[in-house]
Design a protein around this ligand. Structure first.
Ligand code: ZN
Length: 206
């Protein structure tokens, strides 16, 4: 049987992840590069001249021009956190590498935090991912396990199995999209538009 290249695409192994982001200084470096790819620039005056210091373990920058101080995490999802960046990064890795979702309870065990913290952390990260993805429209051909959505030019992927195609299609996918239904029936919001060649499944359309 041919290998599904999507399913077998290379991911970041836990060993590789720990090698790259297993220490606090590695996470700080990654965050700095992400926030200021060309190096720190004062958010108030734009000056790049600065000094750094630590307060309660947190990395701060002080602008040499206007003396403005800001921490590495201010203005990010990590602001006001008491967790180490390594815990945040590990949570991001676990949530994004898992195909079948990660429960807050599982996250709690992996991170060594209480359930409430794990729940809040998970939902903060999911909200950030949702906001990031909201502005993107899917292109090309994509598929998901159940139901499987496809299109001649583009294929949308609903946010959940029960999502109605009518709800997300106007913003997330072009109008020319359709889906295959299975024995379980058509996805919500669609009705059968005929059988597909060589398949017992029906082709659905909005
Ligand atoms: Zn400044």
């Amino acid at each position: 049987m041919a290998i599904n290249r999507i399913q077998f695409q290379r991911g970041l192994s836990m060993a590789e992840f720990m090698g790259r982001y297993g220490r606090e200084d590695q996470c700080e470096e990654a965050l700095m590069t992400s926030r200021w790819p060309a190096g720190f620039a004062c958010p108030r005056c734009g000056s790049v001249e600065h000094t750094t210091f630590r307060r309660e373990g947190l990395l701060y920058f002080q602008c040499s021009g206007c003396r403005h101080q800001c921490s590495l995490i201010v203005g990010t999802i990590f602001e006001s956190t008491k967790l180490a960046l390594t815990q945040w990064f590990l949570a991001m890795h676990l949530l994004t590498q898992s195909k079948n979702n990660v429960s807050a309870l599982e996250l709690k065990r992996h991170l060594g935090v209480c359930y409430k913290t794990a729940w809040l952390l998970k939902h903060k990260l999911m909200e950030v991912m949702r906001l990031r993805e909201d502005s993107r429209q899917l292109t090309g051909r994509s598929a998901r396990s159940a139901p499987w959505w496809a299109a001649s030019a583009a294929a949308p992927s609903p946010s959940s199995d029960t999502a109605c195609i009518c709800d997300w299609r106007p913003t997330r996918a072009p109008s020319r999209c359709w889906a295959w239904c299975s024995a379980a029936g058509c996805p919500p919001g669609l009705s059968c538009a005929g059988s597909s060649p060589g398949s017992s499944a029906g082709r659905c359309a909005a």
